[in-house]
Ligand binder design. Structure first.
Ligand code: C2E
Ligand code: MG
Ligand code: MG
Length: 324
């Protein structure tokens, strides 16, 4: 067998969900492969494999990348990526792209989600999957998130100047690390004030993983954000701990149903039943429901008939540059 075939077989083994207690976990893998040559040091081999793995992640995760010497020149190792990221934050290489969120009944844009992109000087545009993990390890996530809050507010204020009412609100993703940092609330409110935006123009997307950290403190900050008039959405609902009681404990007004449900909603009666159950539950709690990762028109119609109010996905639009 070739190394490629072996690596692909290992990757395929991660396809099936794994049961852990009462949870089904989908595990994905990024594989970096380096070939040993006569005279190579073991440390060098490991570093090359690590570099290839980070390339696989940066290319979108769940794939295999073979080490090539130009990867080394682009210095894509964990350590270098960390250093590069510090520079990127201070030099404005991070920018938000914006994906429309569309009301299913009218097919009108009701809001947008801001998603971070990194214009890396030698690697080109990097997706968040390629660097958020490194940012988390280096404690840089709060700076990334606040940079996106600032970028999203400044963009929305500019859109308002060109065409008022075109974009009702913008959502940003806030990691638990950011939320738990003292001063998080003040920094978000300061960004809104700097651009003269009402707090209702900004939404914050959090995931259930938040509750795995310092739940009490996270909840306090979320309540303060909510009380300040900022909408809170539960992102990727259904993939995390998904204890139903979280839905009631968290001050969220919106549930975003994870793409993994939407992918199979037409073909799997099980996924469809789960989606229906999530919709029923969210409706009972008076929440707004957004379906994520809609790629086909048939999904739009079905999800509308199931009671989802809005959708987001390549089927409507990929994330776009601010000027687009
Ligand atoms: P998310 O918040 O659930 O964002 C949705 C992701 O799904 C985005 O990926 C988006 O481009 C992608 N997507 C949307 N529609 C479709 C579709 O129809 N098909 C497919 N295949 N994908 C679709 P992206 O931009 O790569 O972001 C990935 C994740 O990284 C986000 O998931 C979010 O959890 C995180 N993220 C992005 N920006 C930030 C940020 O500024 N701060 C933090 N803390 N996390 C961020
Ligand atoms: Mg999100
Ligand atoms: Mg999501």
């Amino acid at each position: 067998d070739t190394a490629e075939a072996i690596a692909q077989r290992i990757l395929a083994m991660f396809g099936d969900p794994v049961r852990s207690g009462n949870h089904l976990l989908t595990i994905r893998a990024s594989i970096g492969v380096a070939m040993i040559q006569a005279g190579d040091e073991p440390g060098e081999l490991m570093r090359n494999a690590d570099t290839a793995m980070y390339t696989a992640k940066a290319q979108g995760k769940h794939r295999v990348a073979f080490f090539e010497s130009q990867m080394f020149e682009s210095n894509l190792s964990r350590f270098n990526l960390q250093l590069d990221l510090q520079v990127a934050i201070t030099h404005g290489q991070l920018r938000p792209v914006f994906q429309p969120i569309v009301e299913l009944s009218s097919r009108r844009v009701v809001g947008v989600e801001a998603l971070v992109r990194w214009d890396h000087p030698s690697l080109g545009e990097l997706a968040p999957d390629g660097f958020l993990e490194v940012a988390a390890q280096a404690g840089l996530l709060p700076r990334v998130d606040h940079a996106m809050v600032a970028g999203a507010c400044s963009w929305l204020a500019e859109v308002d100047r060109i065409e008022p009412n075109l974009v009702p609100w913008v959502n940003v993703n806030i990691s638990p690390q950011t939320l738990l940092e003292p001063g998080c609330l003040d920094a978000i409110l300061a960004a809104l004030r700097a651009h003269r935006l009402a707090p209702s123009r900004l939404g914050v997307e959090v995931t259930e993983y938040l509750m795995a950290q310092d739940a009490d403190r996270a909840l306090r900050t979320l309540h303060l954000l909510r009380d300040a008039g900022i909408r809170i959405s539960l992102d990727d609902f259904g993939t995390g701990y998904s204890s139903l009681s979280y839905l009631q404990r968290l001050p969220v007004s919106t549930v975003k149903i994870a793409k993994s449900f939407i992918d199979d909603v037409e073909t799997s009666s099980g996924q469809r039943a789960l989606t229906e159950a999530i919709v029923a539950m969210a409706k009972a709690l008076d929440m707004y429901i957004i379906a994520e990762g809609i790629e086909h028109p048939q999904q739009m119609d079905l999800l509308e008939s199931l009671g989802c109010m809005a959708g987001q996905g390549y089927g409507f639009s990929k994330p776009l540059r601010g000027d687009e």
